[in-house]
Design a protein around this ligand. Structure first.
Ligand code: G3P
Length: 230
C-alpha cells in the first residue's frame, strides 16, 4: 500500500489528545524527537497533534494525522473540522471514531470516502470486536482496536486482552484483507509493542505512555526499537 509522506509498517502513531504537556511548541519538541527516533531506528512514527498545531507540526518529515474529522462538506458550518482544511495543512490522514470523539457509522462511512477522495488516510478506532467488524465493512485504510476501559490505564491491551486484538485482526482481515490493523490503549513499553505485533497488528496507537513519560526520547526509543526488532 502506498501512502503520501512515506508511511510504513510497523507504525507507531502518537496521539497528543488535548494534553497540556504537548501544546504548541511542546508538540514541536516532541515531534522533533520522534523524527530523530524514526531516523535512528527506521521505524515509522506518526503524530496526531491538536488541530491548532497541525500546520506547524507538518514541517517535520514524519507523517501527521488529525485527531478527528467532522461529517461535513465545505460551507456554513461553525466550529467543525473539515477534511479539506486538514488536507491543506499537509496532514496525511485522520483518526476517526476515537472513544473520546465517537461518530455514527453513517458519518464514518461518509468521512472515509471523503478522505480517500482527498488522498488522505483513514484510521478508524473500534472499541470492541463487533465495532471493529462494523467499521471494517466501510473500507477504511486502517482500523485501531482500542478497548476504552484500558485507555490511559498503563495496562496494555496487547497483554491484558490479547484475544480481543488477535480476534479483531482475524475478523477484520476476513472482511477486508487490505485493511491495516493497529491496536492501542495502555501501551507504554517496548514489550507492549512487541506483543501487539506478535498478535498480528501492524503497529500501535499510543498517547499517555509517551506524552506523560518523564523522558520522551527514552520512551519513544523503547517502543520503536522493539517494533524494529519484532
Ligand atoms: O489514541 C490512543 C489512545 O486512546 C490510547 O491512549 O493513553 O492509553 O495510550 P493511552
Amino acid at each position: 500500500m502506498t501512502f503520501k509522506k512515506s508511511i510504513k509498517f510497523p507504525l507507531i502513531l502518537v496521539n497528543l489528545k488535548s494534553y497540556y504537556e504537548t501544546i504548541g511548541s511542546k508538540a514541536e519538541e516532541l515531534t522533533k524527537i520522534a523524527e530523530e527516533v524514526a531516523d535512528s531506528t527506521g521505524v515509522c512514527i506518526g503524530i496526531a497533534p491538536q488541530y491548532m498545531d497541525l500546520r506547524q507540526i507538518d514541517r517535520f518529515r514524519i507523517p501527521v494525522f488529525s485527531q478527528h474529522i467532522d461529517p461535513i462538506l465545505p460551507g456554513a458550518h461553525t466550529g467543525h473540522v473539515l477534511a479539506e482544511s486538514v488536507s491543506a495543512t499537509g496532514a496525511v490522514g485522520a483518526i476517526l471514531n476515537h472513544s473520546e470523539r465517537r461518530l455514527e457509522l453513517s458519518s464514518i462511512e461518509m468521512i472515509v470516502e471523503r478522505l480517500r477522495s482527498l488522498g488522505l488516510i483513514s484510521v478508524v478506532c473500534a472499541s470492541s470486536l463487533r465495532v471493529a467488524m462494523a467499521v471494517a465493512s466501510l473500507d477504511p485504510d486502517m482500523v485501531a482496536i482500542e478497548p476504552p476501559e484500558l485507555i490511559g490505564s498503563g495496562i496494555a491491551v496487547s497483554k491484558a486482552k490479547p484475544e480481543v486484538v488477535s480476534g479483531s485482526v482475524e475478523a477484520i482481515k476476513r472482511i477486508n484483507s487490505r485493511i491495516v490493523v493497529l491496536c492501542g490503549a495502555g501501551i507504554s513499553s517496548g514489550s507492549d509493542v512487541h506483543a501487539a505485533i506478535q498478535l498480528g497488528t501492524s503497529g500501535v496507537l499510543v498517547a499517555s505512555g509517551i506524552v506523560k513519560a518523564p523522558d520522551w526520547k527514552k520512551a519513544l526509543l523503547d517502543l520503536a526499537t522493539s517494533a524494529a526488532e519484532t
